[in-house]
Design a protein around this ligand. Structure first.
Ligand code: ACO
Length: 422
């Protein structure tokens, strides 16, 4: 049987056979029969926006692979910088490539002193760190105008290094400005995640002692967040990048998309929800409100996963390792009870709602000493290599500018009346 579908236009009796390629019909073939007939798909639920070799996701089976490697193995056996290399340079690094890669990233980590003085200092004292991060990434565009040469693969490569390297520096700077602590400059002797922790939490002149269990857990969290194919923020990268905007404003647009509570902002929203519920004994009432449509169970549900998010499974185990060091987070009991009640409740079962990556991550971040305003910033650090891998992949394939169609539902043609008769 042919791997195709045949469509008949009943208005004219004409037919066209449209090939099915990897479960996808070509909109171009469709349009050859039906010009001017558009797919009505505002949230892109049934639209493939890219051919991509980066991440494979099977939401029904709960599988996630980066360039063929299962997330479970990457989380256990690799560091974040190795995964970043895998995403932006196609393969896991050899030992010598890893050394060079670490050096490249460490050398590019500092940011211009003017950045601290003029950009960070310009925000209100109580500015949310995610707002500061989004604006700061966009501001970097003005510090590296050569980044506009996006059609040059070498320039893209340089910008990718800069962005991965500078994200922790900017993130920690945004935090320290917020709490009124002096900035800590990156230390090239430290690994990526230890360096970030030192820039965040170092006080005074004494060296910052990194706890290896917490460092490894955070590094693994970055691995889990590193890519997730065509999610909302990655789609923002592809749409904005398709206009040939420079990588800084393009990544800033992705970070802005991530900020929303339906996407990466959910990790902060989960913590606020758990704090609001407060106690184990209030869980049943809360679930009743969710089922009545009065609340959303934050950290649950996913457009693509209709099974347990594999990242949430790994995070749940990690939480216990972290709590062995930091002491149990009192909100863990509330989270565990919420999960237990929801997974047994018809409302959630019928809709295939399971915990997603954001359900447990906030509890871990909080126990490590990060304030809730930093949770989505941490997600952004992890996701940066993924955003950049998609940006580079799209540009290296000479993609066309993103420009969907619409169904016009406004008024019909009319004449502009004089101001007195409006
Ligand atoms: N709590 C309660 N009900 C929910 C939830 C939830 N968290 N998520 C979905 N539903 C319900 C919807 O109300 C809908 O019910 P209905 O059929 O009676 O109308 C049904 O489940 C289907 O949900 P949709 O809204 O169609 O799912 P969609 O794919 O559009 O949205 C989303 C996915 C945004 C993630 C949603 O599940 C949600 O808001 N979850 C909470 C926020 C969250 O955790 N976001 C993080 C996602 S992971 C990430 O981006 C990193």
């Amino acid at each position: 049987m042919a791997d195709s579908v045949t469509i008949t236009d009943n208005r004219t009796g004409q037919t066209v056979e449209v090939p099915l390629v990897d479960g996808t019909v070509s909109a171009k073939a469709w349009s050859s029969l039906l010009p001017g007939v558009w797919f009505d798909d505002p949230s892109f639920s049934a639209t493939s926006g890219a051919d991509s070799a980066i991440t494979f996701l099977d939401g029904g089976a709960g599988l996630l692979h980066y360039r063929g490697y299962p997330i479970e193995q990457l989380a256990e056996r690799t560091t974040f910088l190795e995964v970043a290399h895998l995403l932006v340079r196609d393969e896991l690094p050899t030992a010598s490539q890893l050394k060079d890669w670490q050096r490249e990233i460490a050398e590019a980590a500092p940011i211009h002193e003017n950045f601290h003085k003029r950009i960070f200092e310009g925000f209100r004292d109580d500015a949310h760190t995610m707002g500061v991060l989004v604006s700061s990434i966009a501001a970097m565009s003005t510090f590296w105008p050569d980044s506009k040469d996006i059609e040059n693969p070498d320039q893209r490569r340089a910008e990718i290094v800069r962005l991965i390297a500078k994200m922790p520096t900017v993130a920690a700077g945004a935090y320290r400005r917020n709490v009124g602590l002096p900035y800590v400059f990156p230390d090239p002797e430290l690994d990526y995640t230890s360096n970030f922790l030192a820039m965040m939490f170092k006080v005074g002149d004494s060296p910052y002692e990194v706890n290896p269990v917490l460092r490894d857990a955070l590094d693994m969290l970055f691995v889990l967040h590193a890519d997730h194919e065509q999610n909302c923020s990655t789609t923002a990268v592809r749409v904005v990048g398709s206009s040939h905007a420079d990588p800084y404003v393009t990544v800033a647009s992705a970070a802005a998309a991530l900020y929303g509570p339906r996407h990466g902002g959910a990790n902060e929203a989960v913590l606020r929800m758990l704090e609001g519920i407060g106690d184990y004994s209030n869980v049943d009432n809360f679930i009743t409100e969710v089922k009545a449509g009065e609340q959303k169970l934050m950290g649950f549900g996913h457009r693509v996963y209709k099974n347990y998010d594999p990242r949430a499974k790994i995070l749940k185990d990690t939480a216990h390792r972290v709590f062995d060091v930091t002491g149990t987070n009192p909100l863990l009991d509330v989270a565990l009870k919420l999960e237990e009640v929801a997974l047994a409740d018809e409302y959630f079962v019928e809709r295939s709602l399971y915990p997603n990556v954001d359900f447990y991550s906030g509890l871990i971040y909080q126990s490590m000493g990060f304030p809730a305003e930093m949770f989505t910033v941490l997600f952004a650090i992890g996701r940066t290599p993924g955003w950049l891998a998609h940006w580079d992949e799209m540009l290296s394939r000479n993609s066309r500018i993103a420009r969907p169609r619409q169904r016009y539902i406004g008024p019909a043609d009319r004449d502009v009346p004089d101001i007195d008769s409006r």
